[in-house]
Design a protein around this ligand. Structure first.
Ligand code: DC
Length: 419
């Protein structure tokens, strides 16, 4: 082997430079000539690079097709767009493959900078972005790129109309199809959604302990990030700054006694994340799709490591976090009852609030939680709805466990090989 063999990373960089610039398959001979390295070294590097792409969460994959090597948008990204397109577009505008790929990247990761889009697609996207903006499928926000803060791209109402979607939560989940599901692995994902004060957290905690699963309070993530942003004086009107804070926040989960405890920079988060100032400011954080994707990614990571499974509660558990689980529940209760429950929590913490104040806050939170563009609180038709008004906690716990058992029994009798 050649003494001058460069470090593998240099070879990767050379391959990427050629493959990203090419718009057609590149033959192995052309790669060998351009990189000036033995064919077997280049082939090994192509395989290693392909594995790296397959394992990371970038949107590209590398494959040999039609006599050459080429980068493709990962199947899960393109499949997601194809199935979105499966519904007849509302107008006759035709979109190129490049435009569709770019739209898919923006839809799933918005708000996103042009640099991030190009890092995924690997080509200059200025023309595509301009044409998508012209068709009013995307919009640009943020300060001018020359002022040092990159522009952020997001999809518009026009995008939803074009694909016949009511909200972004209806977009198919990349990776949802064809991947191993929790049921395949024999682990449980119990998804409990519902508005504030519907009893989700108490019930989820008890269900987890009864079924030997781990309880995950997803709202704690949004609360911890909001608290951190308030502490650091982050500008809540600057989505890019909030996303950056979330990416750097060092959020971890640690399991103790059937509960996933949230750690922020290595320390458990405290009661300060439940303070009214956090609850008031939280929507700006929870509204941001990149933050939601980051939070849900962390939780899925934890869930994947647990042999038994999890009971997660929040607003987007059945729609975004675990869309494939058959164990979906939607807890509700009247506004009056939810305000009464919250009053008891506030009194226990020595905070002075009145019932009418709490009712007004609950109505406002319901509005914010159910109207956000991505991750909105949604009553899914397949979820088992439990109106907890007038029910005891124990009754609700029994209803959830009964629902889980019923679904398990249904699935067992549907399984091939059973009568
Ligand atoms: O569940 P909680 O009251 O602690 O949630 C506080 C806020 O966090 C809620 O008003 C919206 C947001 N949240 C969310 O957007 N998605 C979740 N899965 C959980 C909470």
């Amino acid at each position: 082997m050649n003494e001058d063999t460069p470090h593998q990373e240099d070879l990767f960089a050379g391959l990427e430079a050629i493959l990203f610039a090419a718009d057609a398959p590149v033959s192995i001979l052309r790669l060998v000539r351009a990189l000036n390295h033995p064919r077997n070294r280049v082939e090994d590097a192509l395989c290693a690079l392909g594995r790296r792409y397959a394992e990371n969460d970038r949107g590209v994959e590398l494959a040999e097709l039609g006599g050459g090597w080429q980068l493709f948008t990962k199947r899960r990204f393109s499949r997601a767009v194809e199935s979105a397109l499966g519904q007849p577009p509302r107008n006759r505008t035709r979109l190129s493959a490049a435009a569709l790929e770019t739209l898919a990247i923006i839809a799933y990761r918005q708000p996103i900078t042009r640099g991030e889009i190009e890092a995924i697609r690997g080509v200059d996207t200025s023309g595509t972005l301009a044409s998508l903006a012209e068709h009013r499928l995307i919009e640009v926000s943020g300060r001018s790129e020359s002022a040092g803060r990159p522009n952020l791209y997001s999809t518009t109402e026009g995008f939803l109309n074009f694909f016949g979607l009511r909200h972004l939560g209806e977009l198919p989940q990349p990776g949802a199809e064809g991947e191993e599901t929790s049921a395949d692995r024999g682990t449980l994902r119990v998804a409990i959604d519902g508005p504030a004060g519907s009893g989700k957290s108490t019930v989820a905690r008890l269900v987890a302990s009864r079924l030997g699963l781990v309880y995950v309070d997803t709202g704690a993530f949004y609360r911890a990030l909001t608290w951190l942003a308030l502490e650091r004086g982050t500008d809540f009107g600057d989505p890019a700054a909030l996303v950056e804070l979330a990416r750097d926040a060092g959020l971890e989960l640690e399991v103790e006694d059937h509960t996933a405890r949230l750690l922020l920079e290595g320390s458990p988060v405290g009661a300060e994340i439940r303070s009214p100032r956090v609850t008031t400011a939280i929507q700006r954080v929870a509204d941001l799709p990149p933050i939601r994707n980051l939070v849900n990614g962390r939780i899925r990571e934890l869930a994947g490591r647990l042999p038994g499974g999890v009971v997660a509660e929040g607003r987007d558990i059945g729609t975004l976090l675990f869309p494939d689980t058959p164990h979906k529940f939607y807890l509700t209760a009247s506004v009056a009852e939810r305000a009464r429950r919250r009053l008891e929590d506030h009194r226990a913490r020595g905070e002075a609030v009145t019932l009418p104040e709490l009712e007004a806050q609950i109505i406002e939170r319901d509005r914010a939680d159910s109207t956000r563009q991505y991750g909105a609180l949604t009553r899914l038709p397949e979820a088992l709805e439990i109106n907890t008004t007038g029910m005891s906690i124990q009754e609700v716990v029994e209803a959830v466990i009964g629902g889980v058992e019923l679904r398990l029994a249904e699935r067992a009798s549907d399984a091939p090989g059973t009568d």
